[in-house]
Design a protein around this ligand. Structure first.
Ligand SMILES: Nc1nc2c(ncn2[C@@H]2O[C@H](COP(=O)(O)OP(=O)(O)OP(=O)(O)O)[C@@H](O)[C@H]2O)c(=O)[nH]1
Length: 207
């Protein structure tokens, strides 16, 4: 791989069961696992994906963090070097929407840089009949928190690619973040593997 391929670090956070791992799997592998095959994330997982924007390749390292408190260790290292943070809730579960304030505080605790791009994502819109959080509520909160906002469904694939693309484009448009995009050599990934289930070290920090 070319060493001048910029690397962007994105982070998925939000309550357990909102669909963070499912969104990641849908985006990277275009797959959705049936409920019985899904297990809670322990610690942190990440996948690597390439994205082309205006003829330039970007290497995305997308970190999927555990929603369950007991599996959340090394929190500050999740955030280190992140250029984009995706805060996910489930449109059919009000508690997960209300919890965004807590997740927001965590982002602000560990990411002091105002340049880090935040995106609020309302997932599971395929469950329209069970929806309890309206599109309007989601977009109003996003406006209040100065975040991008997208609704999507990892199950049907609605809006998933668009969410990641919008986030990446916004990062690229933010000069302070573009300059801090990481050289691939700063990420230690086991050979040949495009995903991992353990914490990794980063040498640069946008936060
Ligand atoms: N109907 C529907 N179900 C979904 C969708 N996305 C995820 N799910 C289901 O929601 C459950 C939780 O999904 P996960 O992707 O494991 O959620 P998570 O946020 O990664 O959970 P943790 O790893 O515990 O933090 C699973 O049963 C998924 O099949 C969606 O878009 N629509």
């Amino acid at each position: 791989m070319s060493t001048d391929t910029p690397t962007l670090k994105l982070l998925l956070i939000g309550n357990s069961n909102v669909g963070k791992s499912s969104l990641l799997l849908r985006f990277t592998d275009d797959t959705f696992l049936p409920q019985e095959e899904v297990s809670a994330t322990i610690g942190v997982d990440f996948k690597v994906n390439m994205m082309q924007v205006d003829g330039q390749s970007y290497k995305l390292t997308i970190w999927d963090t555990a929603g369950q408190e007991r599996f959340r260790t090394l929190t500050s290292s999740y955030y280190r070097g992140a250029q984009g943070v995706i805060l996910v809730y489930d449109v059919s579960n009000r508690e997960t929407f209300d919890a965004l304030h807590t997740w927001w505080n965590e982002v602000n605790t560990y990411c002091s840089s105002p340049d880090v791009v935040k995106m609020i994502v309302g997932n599971k819109v395929d469950k329209e009949s069970s929806r309890v959080v309206s599109h309007r509520e989601g977009s109003e909160l996003a406006r209040k928190l100065q975040s991008l906002f997208v609704e999507c469904s990892a199950k049907t694939n609605m809006g998933v690619k668009e969410a990641f693309e919008e986030l990446v484009i916004k990062i690229i448009e933010t000069p302070a973040l573009r300059q801090k995009s990481q050289s691939p050599s700063t990420i230690r990934v086991t050979s040949g593997s495009e995903d991992a289930q353990e914490d990794r070290s980063y040498e640069t920090c946008s936060c």
